[in-house]
Design a protein around this ligand. Structure first.
Ligand SMILES: Nc1ncnc2c1ncn2[C@@H]1O[C@H](COP(=O)(O)OP(=O)(O)OP(=O)(O)O)[C@@H](O)[C@H]1O
Length: 269
């Protein structure tokens, strides 16, 4: 498990176009404070990455950098070979936050349709995909609840609407910042399984921030461990567990070994 670090690894053996996001010595500063200090990594297309690290190490900042919400002070970030701004305008990626941020007066379906409406109003071309908003609600297990208002849905259901909304413009990269952090354990387990199914069905690349080591191991093909003060990429840990993942796998010795390894690593970050 150790020695799998791929920090700054050049994608020599990967076919062209197989890199979803590339960070090259990326730094983020807030005034004189350095939040991220020289992160270099290639995010491979179609993979599920989870991001772990101590509080304040820059996990959210990294996602905000990739999603063009904040600029790099130095270094380079590209998404599918485009600048983050070009990728945002081309709707190459979508963001899911810890809070579902649904419009309370719009039904589940109308919330999912919102990015399409905004795009149409602004004359922005929407990437064409094979799933309609209704089919996306079905994909996240909410068919029959299209007309429900957000307050009529549970927290987990609201997050599923947010995921469907994020997928409506058919992004190739999904950025998720602790999307299930506020949910109870059972709901989180259920949504973890659903998210893995959605990931497989859509082929979307996922970057997923979590505080939970079991969640990071369960979801991730690779875990990015960040360290704090300043925020740096400490190690990339490949998670080589059988697919499809099942809740029962959490009781296996391999799963426990990965969790223990990450816990030890986290203690030194
Ligand atoms: N807008 C901002 N202005 C100033 N400092 C900021 C800003 N946003 C983040 N920071 C600082 O940057 C550092 C990284 O913050 P970030 O939110 O990325 O950490 P995190 O790893 O996601 O934390 P947590 O696990 O607690 O959510 C922190 O020290 C934080 O205080």
């Amino acid at each position: 498990m150790s020695g799998t670090a791929k920090i700054s690894a050049a994608p020599t053996s990967l076919p062209a176009g197989a890199i979803a996001a590339s960070l090259r010595n990326a730094c983020v500063k807030f005034g004189s404070f350095t939040a991220i200090d020289g992160i270099s990594i290639d995010i491979e297309e179609g993979q599920f990455y989870t991001i772990l690290g101590p509080s304040g190490c820059g996990k959210s900042t990294m996602l905000r950098l990739v999603s063009d919400l904040i600029p790099a002070a130095s270094g380079d970030v590209t998404i599918f070979g485009k600048s983050t701004e070009e990728a945002r305008l081309a709707r190459e990626f979508a963001f899911v936050f810890q809070d579902a941020t649904l419009l309370p007066w719009r039904s589940a379906l109308k919330n999912v349709e919102l990015p399409l409406e905004i795009g149409r109003r602004r004359g922005v071309p929407i990437p064409v995909g094979d799933k309609t908003p209704r089919e996306l609600l079905d994909l996240v297990g909410l068919s029959g609840r299209e007309d429900a208002l957000p307050h009529e849905l549970s927290g987990g259901m609201r997050q599923r609407v947010a995921i469907a909304r994020a997928l409506v413009c058919h992004p190739k990269l999904l950025l998720m910042d602790e999307p299930f952090g506020a949910l109870d354990e059972m709901t989180r387990d259920h949504l973890n399984l659903q998210l893995l199914r959605i990931w497989k069905e859509t082929g979307v690349t996922i970057l997923f921030v979590t505080h939970s080591i079991p969640e990071a191991v369960f979801l991730g093909q690779k875990v990015l461990m960040l360290q704090a003060h300043p925020g740096r990429l400490r190690e990339v840990v490949d998670i080589d567990l059988p697919s499809p993942r099942t809740i029962e796998q959490r009781d296996t010795p391999e799963f426990t070994r990965y969790s223990a390894y990450l816990r030890k690593l986290l203690e030194t970050c």
